[in-house]
Design a protein around this ligand. Structure first.
Ligand code: ADP
Ligand code: TRP
Length: 322
């Protein structure tokens, strides 16, 4: 079984990305053959600063490797090191109706937020479909917001297969972990780098503290008990604490004179403890960029062999080879 997923290097990764996607990808290394890539072409839809893009690609690679992605078990590369994906993107574009793309939530949301729409942003799901279909992926672990893109991928693949009367593109299935389907941010909305409500992965202690202390809470006076249901601090604690720890925390919520500041410090400690085991690797890879680049380049070589073989077949099928 082939499991494939990608992440855009469009900013610093946060704990929503971790629980929504990275953690699942790392765990899936034991369930099948994992193909993981940094969606560098996709990032161009929003990022036009070349230095920032370069450093984000590197940072995303370091984060994945530190958080458990094992390049000996999995194929790990940067999307733009396998440019064959762009040829498939073009082939698929000719089997993608405008309406299908116009209905994409992610595109509509971004336009609604005032992001200037260009063709790259509009056709982004077709590139994502190419990523998935080029490698005959079975399963695509993603956060809830990406499920529609996997549905679009199935749609495009089906149209292509019907057009050429061949089961050549494999229809993928999205895998969403319902428990952590959407990690909420410090303001209670979906955590997202574009909303400025994140708790970042591997943030320096001072920054992490600032982000945690900035979580929005209600104005229950200190001397009154607090309600943990729907509390942004408690919701985040659920990701990092076991049931015993949560019980202790709930007792604190019920205790007068225990305030949100206390609960936030408990959360801060839990986050720090949770990511501590990964810190050593993070420091190692950060200090050894050549090792990171070699891993990505080896991954691209492996991915490219598969990509080229698949494209040969597809070129034949559509009639480009005479
Ligand atoms: P962002 O919204 O911060 O720009 P991306 O859209 O780049 O994040 O998402 C990268 C991956 O992380 C996707 O698979 C997405 O579903 C997942 N993800 C992002 N934010 C969250 C969240 N708040 N909760 C769960 N998963 C998330
Ligand atoms: N669109 C995804 C995101 O923003 C990233 C991505 C690109 C992806 N290609 C993919 C995810 C293929 C899964 C499979 O998060």
């Amino acid at each position: 079984m082939r499991i494939l997923s990608g992440i855009q290097p469009s900013g610093t990764l946060h704990i929503g990305n971790y629980f929504g996607m990275i953690k699942k990808m790392v765990e899936s290394q034991d369930d099948g053959e994992l193909f993981a890539f940094i969606a560098s072409y996709h990032a161009l839809t929003s990022l036009k600063d070349s230095e920032a893009l370069k450093s984000n690609i590197f940072e995303a690679a370091v984060n994945f490797l530190s958080l458990g992605l094992d390049p000996n078990k999995s194929t790990f590369w940067s999307q733009s090191d396998v440019p064959e994906v762009l040829e498939l993107y073009w082939l698929l574009s000719n089997h993608t109706s405008m309406g299908l793309l116009e209905r994409a939530h992610s595109y509509k949301d971004k336009v609604a937020k005032g992001i200037l729409a260009n063709h790259g942003l509009f056709s982004y799901p077709v590139l994502m479909a190419a990523d998935i279909l080029l490698y005959d992926s079975d399963i695509v672990p993603v956060g809830k917001d990406q499920v529609q893109h996997v549905e679009i991928t199935r749609d495009i693949a089906n149209t292509f297969n019907v057009t050429y009367n061949k089961e050549i593109l494999k229809l993928p299935v999205a895998k969403v972990d319902e428990v952590v389907a959407t990690v909420l941010g410090t303001d209670g909305a979906k955590m997202s780098k574009s909303y400025g409500n994140t708790i970042d992965l591997f943030a320096a202690p001072k920054k992490l503290k600032k982000q945690v202390m900035g979580i929005v809470t209600d104005s229950t006076p200190l001397e009154e008990p607090k309600d943990y249901t729907n509390c942004n601090v408690y919701n985040l604690c659920k990701l990092f604490m076991n049931e015993d720890e949560l019980r202790v925390l709930r007792d604190k919520y019920a205790t007068p004179n225990m305030g949100y500041g206390h609960f936030k410090l408990d959360l801060l400690e839990a986050i720090t403890k949770y990511f501590e085991p990964f810190q050593e690797k993070k420091d190692f890879y950060t200090q050894n960029p050549d090792i990171v680049k070699d891993i990505l380049s080896d991954g691209a070589k492996k991915a490219r062999i598969i990509a080229k073989a698949k494209l040969e077949i597809l070129r034949e099928i559509v009639g480009l080879k005479i």
